[in-house]
Design a protein around this ligand. Structure first.
Ligand code: HEC
Ligand code: HEC
Length: 332
């Protein structure tokens, strides 16, 4: 059984209509239920931040700066961000929304071991991960003003949440059961044209108004790179099923979500910063990750990811993506 309630998609739709007011569309929203016994978090709102006198004005300023960076990460373009993404694009509701990978659980569950880089990660390192892959960028230095502000925003959102609670309602994007038929490129393309192209463009390159991205690109140089979590077909299927089309989560069937996720994941994007030798070698080395992407496999007659394109980014791998070992000999 799934919950049905209503949200408004007026903002996005009025941009589409060229700013003219449309009748307020109300669309049913279907998201998975929370399970009994799960921790359900109520993240604080910006109004509460303004009203909370226990927060020092200087801290409030830093949290608000972190919020601003999260919502408009493009202000770091060319410095730490080398594509057209903003953090908010994949973490909807200002990073609060269940099933849209709310960001606050990282605060309460880290430091912890991450299979992605085979080491124990801090919150800063987790944020650095999204910079390196989702933003096709270079993480702000640990301890820098930029990093501290982002950390402050994440931590404030987690206010009052229990530490190291693992049973968190709505964490991540959820999952979509494997459909009856193998995901298919052609069917995915049809789902895309019918449900997504209107906002993301028939070429998947998104839409801009006065140079500002209103609808983010889904592939190509402006999008997340081959190392990003979203390039895993199952992760994209879950994000799409529970968040897209914008304002209408749950509208696509499981089959449609997988098909369209497959179609998007079969397009080219900037190189995986972990690239070594060739795409097939890199796929094999990071099998636990790339076993869920199409990287290094042949689709429509070409091997995906077999290129030297790093997008706008003038380098392949940010220096901070180094191995942490805790071998005292390696300490530098
Ligand atoms: C292209 C999409 C995308 C963008 C853009 C993006 N992220 Fe993420 N983020 C992800 C995915 C995918 C995950 C992993 C979700 C999962 O499978 O649980 C994730 C996870 C996270 C987590 C961990 C959440 C948890 O449950 O532990 C944090 C924190 C985070 N992102 C912060 C950021 C920040 C900060 C930015 C901007 C600098 C950002 N993300 C930009 C896709 C994105
Ligand atoms: C009404 C406009 C609209 C429609 C239709 C729509 N999207 Fe989106 N999509 C957005 C917006 C806006 C965002 C960024 C959300 C934000 O920043 O709040 C987004 C974000 C995304 C993202 C994550 C960010 C990125 O660029 O990678 C993916 C993936 C995505 N959409 C896929 C789809 C798919 C697949 C469909 C069709 C099933 C679809 N969208 C339909 C507006 C739309």
């Amino acid at each position: 059984m799934s919950k049905t309630f209503f949200i408004h998609a007026t903002v996005a739709l009025s941009i589409l209509a060229g700013g003219t007011a449309l009748a307020e569309p109300k669309v049913p929203v279907r998201l998975p239920d929370f399970k009994l016994g799960q921790y359900v978090h109520k993240a604080p709102t910006l109004e509460e931040l303004e009203a909370d006198e226990s927060i020092h004005p200087e801290l409030r300023k830093v949290i608000l700066y972190g919020y601003d960076l999260f919502m408009n990460t493009q202000q770091l373009r060319g410095k730490y961000v080398f594509n057209e993404m903003n953090c908010r694009n994949c973490h909807l509701g200002e990073g609060r929304m269940p099933w849209s990978a709310p960001i606050w659980p990282a605060v309460t569950t880290l430091p912890n071991y991450r299979g992605k880089n085979w080491q124990v990660n801090s919150l800063e390192e987790r944020i650095a991960g999204c910079f390196s892959y989702s933003m096709n960028g270079k993480p702000p230095p640990y301890g820098s003003d930029t990093m501290l502000a982002l950390v402050a925003y994440h931590q404030w959102l987690a206010r009052s949440a229990p530490i190291y609670e693992s049973n968190i309602a709505g964490r991540g994007f959820g999952s979509v059961p494997k459909p009856a038929q193998e995901p298919d490129y052609k069917r995915g393309e049809q789902v895309f044209m019918a449900n997504c192209a209107i906002c993301h463009g028939a070429d998947g390159q998104g839409r801009r108004v006065n140079g500002v991205v209103q609808f983010p690109p889904l592939w190509g140089d402006g999008a997340y790179n081959w190392g990003a979590g979203m390039s895993r077909v199952d992760t994209a299927a879950a994000f799409i099923k529970h968040n897209m089309p914008l304002g209408q989560p749950g509208r696509l069937s499981d089959q449609e979500a997988w098909d369209v996720a497959y179609f998007i994941s079969a397009q080219e994007r900037p190189q995986d910063p972990r690239y070594e030798q060739n795409a097939e070698f890199t796929r094999e080395k990071y099998k636990n990750f790339h076993g869920r992407t199409l990287y290094g496999t042949e689709v429509n007659g070409r091997v995906l990811g077999e290129h030297a394109n790093t997008g706008e980014k003038p380098f392949l791998k940010p220096d901070v993506l180094r191995a942490r070992t805790f071998n005292l000999d390696d300490e530098s």
